[in-house]
Design a protein around this ligand. Structure first.
Ligand code: FAS
Ligand code: PHB
Length: 389
């Protein structure tokens, strides 16, 4: 087989890149390790930056998003029971859109299937070959038979645990990491949200987040120790813990119900440098991970895809490699600013096991500063809606 771009991974990064390439007439094949149902079963991000919405519209998959997405003009931070709204619209003129990653993935899958573009789900043992040279190849096993695809470029969109970054020689890549001493226990429930906007709450018992997927489906998180097991958390225990971590007026509006999904996600900050290795390009979680506190993970995947798509379009349409040569630096410049924001929000809102009394006073002073400074709130707002591409 031969194609122009082989995309490894059918998460949001791979599907969005594939859709943009196909609309530009650039031939591409997606190889995904799991089944489509498994990919859709993962409950992840919930907030889209306006830049991500624009890119999904450019990819021709913005219709359901426009009909079902919830535009939000702001969100709230709560600290020891005190609420501070961050007026995104008033401070930046922009909104974010609440629309689950599952829906984004479904819309992209539907579009790819409608276009009849080649995807191999349950592709096993993907291996990369000769990506440092001019003729890269990708081999994989599908339905028991080994296949090989010759291509011009490989897009590593296979997430944090994928094969693409792992295929880069150790001496050619540098990684930067911070692993946080806690995780997020998430719960999905078919009950109306506790508030009309998101509430990120810090309390003496730990962090909690009240989010949503629609006016009838809520998404909640509580910070848990790293060694916590989801089996130890009944729905009742979860809602009791959630209620005591959020301000009283929010707690009173939390409606419990049987969980549709419950899972624990570890939190880490991670960046690989560079993101390009010859004709292999890393995008999305394959190149970086952020704690979900700043709602940046999915949105960073979108900006990487924007840079990589533009670079590939330029290569084929204008016979220029300037975009490809600039990709890693451009993507990493935006990635690091989002990593900083996500790290700062995580430090502000979470209870660190080893935190001293001094650390606690610093966190309280930072929150007090936010409640008294338009400049401080504007900084949070412009990072939350997403810095320019
Ligand atoms: P993904 O990990 O989504 O997709 C990679 C794909 O590659 C997967 O389908 C995988 O099966 C496939 N793959 C892996 N190895 C392969 C191989 N060897 N061969 C073929 N295919 C392979 N972000 C937020 O903004 N808010 C959140 O609340 C949030 N919660 C999260 C919770 C969890 C548990 C995780 C893991 C991430 C969360 N994120 C969140 C971040 C998340 O949304 C990612 O940023 C987003 O999924 C990135 O998309 P991709 O880069 O496509 O990576
Ligand atoms: C979610 O709704 O899953 C969500 C929203 C905002 C975040 C993290 C997760 O920062």
């Amino acid at each position: 087989m031969r194609t122009q771009v082989v995309i490894v991974g059918a998460g949001p990064s791979g599907l969005l890149l594939g859709q943009l390439l196909s609309r530009q007439g650039i031939d591409n094949v997606i190889l995904e390790r799991k089944s489509a149902d498994y990919v859709l079963s993962r409950i992840r991000a919930g907030v889209l930056e306006p830049g991500t919405v624009d890119l999904l519209n450019e990819a021709g998959v913005g219709q359901r998003l426009a009909e079902e997405g919830l535009p939000h003009d702001g969100f709230s931070l709560a600290f020891e029971g005190r609420l501070q709204r961050v007026d995104l619209k008033g401070l930046t003129g922009k909104q974010v859109t609440v629309y689950g990653q599952t829906e984004v993935t479904q819309d992209l899958m539907d579009a790819r299937q409608a276009a009849g573009t080649a995807s191999f789900y349950e592709a096993e043992d993907v291996q990369l070959h000769d990506f440092e040279g001019a003729s890269p190849r990708v081999s994989f096993t599908f339905e028991g038979r080994r296949h090989e695809i010759a291509c011009d470029f490989i897009a590593g969109c296979d997430g944090f645990h994928g094969i693409c970054r792992a295929s880069v020689p150790a001496g050619a890549i540098e990684t930067f990491e911070r692993v946080y001493p806690f995780g997020w226990l998430g719960l999905l429930v078919d009950q109306p949200p506790a508030a009309h906007e998101l509430v990120y709450a810090s309390s003496p018992f730990g962090f909690a987040l009240c989010s949503m997927r629609s006016q009838t489906r809520s998404r909640y998180y509580v910070q848990v120790p790293l060694d916590e097991k989801v089996e130890a958390w009944s729905d009742q225990r979860f809602f009791d813990e959630l209620r005591r971590r959020v301000p009283e007026e929010v707690a009173a509006a939390v409606t419990a119900g049987p969980s549709l999904e419950k899972s624990i996600a570890p939190l880490r900050s991670f960046v690989a440098e560079p993101l390009r290795f010859g004709r292999l390009f890393l995008a999305g979680d394959a190149g970086h991970i952020v704690p979900p506190t700043g709602a940046k993970g999915l949105n960073l995947a979108a900006s990487d895809v924007h840079y990589l798509f533009e670079a590939l379009r330029e290569h084929y349409a204008e016979h220029s490699n300037a975009g490809l040569d600039a990709y890693s630096g451009r993507a990493l410049a935006r990635v690091w600013k989002a990593v900083r924001f996500s790290w700062s929000m995580t430090n502000l809102l979470h209870l660190f096991p080893e935190a001293s009394a001094f650390d606690q006073r610093i966190r309280r002073a930072e929150f007090d500063y936010l409640t008294q400074s338009q400049a401080a709130l504007t900084s949070v707002a412009e990072n939350y809606v997403g810095l320019p591409y």
